[in-house]
Design a protein around this ligand. Structure first.
Ligand code: 0GY
Length: 294
């Protein structure tokens, strides 16, 4: 792995949609800068630097107020780059960490002081080497008060993960709705299975995110303007208005073959949340409850 990849748009358009004041981009990442925060030896991709200055410039350009920075797999379990970005935001960012499950309790509390409010369990084999469920459950039982668990998995392992998710003792946020096949439409098997998961517990939330991944030409979708995504996801947001959050997914890890325009990604918001009331829940109320409760 020698070439460092660029997966983000160099000049994203200004969205037509204006987010309400206080809107949160609740799923984004930082990469490096590598000289200060080297990537993990186990990283599955080696990105160019995408540090806090770039992230906050994009936040302002797109009309958002705050960010939730999710530790990207290329940084492994060293959360220094994420913590650095949160500190640089001066109160406008919080984060989700990836931890070694053996982390001591005071390590978790230090992360809390740095603005972390959840930990991420990643089950994507192309991103991580192993996902030890027993150890994950142990650390999930030791989280500071008010934290939650973020889970990233693909639709084909949802059923297999159900007992594991049932055992998680804190609220859950599912990345990208567990990557359903949006071409199946809102009533297809993937969305039905995901709705069954949501109906099994009232404290499971989801990110109505990633049209650029779930409806990507390179993955068999139709690409921008991501109509299949809008059709499949709008009913989910309408039916679970208090359990959805939204994010850009900038800098779009691994998307170098089909780099999305972030302005277009923002313009997906009114298509999946048509009313001002829904937009307020999606962009302000729900992420604030999860990340800025204190
Ligand atoms: C995402 C998705 C991806 C990557 C990561 O941590 C990561 O590297 O999250 C992916 O490649 O699907 O949420 O950004």
């Amino acid at each position: 792995m020698t070439d460092r990849i660029v997966s983000w748009h160099g000049n994203p358009s200004k969205p037509n949609y204006t987010p309400p004041p206080g809107a949160v981009d609740a799923h984004c990442h930082v990469f490096g800068p590598m000289a200060e925060f080297p990537f993990s030896a186990k990283a599955k991709y080696l990105p160019e630097d995408a540090g806090p200055e770039k992230l906050f410039a994009l936040r302002d350009h797109l009309g958002f107020d705050k960010n939730v920075i999710v530790q990207a797999s290329c940084h492994g379990t060293d959360n220094a780059a994420t913590l650095h970005a949160i500190a640089a935001s001066v109160g406008k960012a919080r984060g989700v960490a990836v931890v070694d499950p053996d982390i001591p309790d005071d390590g978790l509390h230090k992360l809390h002081d740095g603005g972390i409010r959840g930990i991420r369990f990643n089950f994507l084999k192309r991103l991580v080497d192993n996902a030890p469920k027993d150890k994950f459950l142990d650390v999930a039982s030791r989280l500071p008060k008010g934290w939650h668990v973020v889970i990233y998995f693909e639709a084909d392992i949802l059923e297999e993960l159900r007992p594991f998710m049932d055992a998680i003792p804190v609220p859950i946020v599912v990345d990208h709705m567990g990557r359903p096949d949006v071409s199946q439409g809102p009533d297809g098997p993937d969305m039905k299975a995901f709705r069954a998961l949501l109906d099994s517990r009232e404290d499971i939330h989801f990110k109505a995110t990633c049209p650029e991944r779930l409806d990507a030409i390179m993955e068999g979708g139709k690409g921008d303007p991501w109509d299949a995504f809008a059709t499949a996801v709008a009913p989910l947001v309408a039916d679970y208005p208090d359990r959805c959050i939204w994010g850009t997914d900038w800098p779009h890890p691994n998307m170098q073959d089909e780099i999305p325009d972030d302005g277009h990604i923002v313009d997906m918001i009114p298509r999946i949340a048509p009313s001002e009331e829904l937009q307020k829940k999606l962009l302000i109320d729900n992420p604030t409850r999860l990340y800025w409760a204190d």
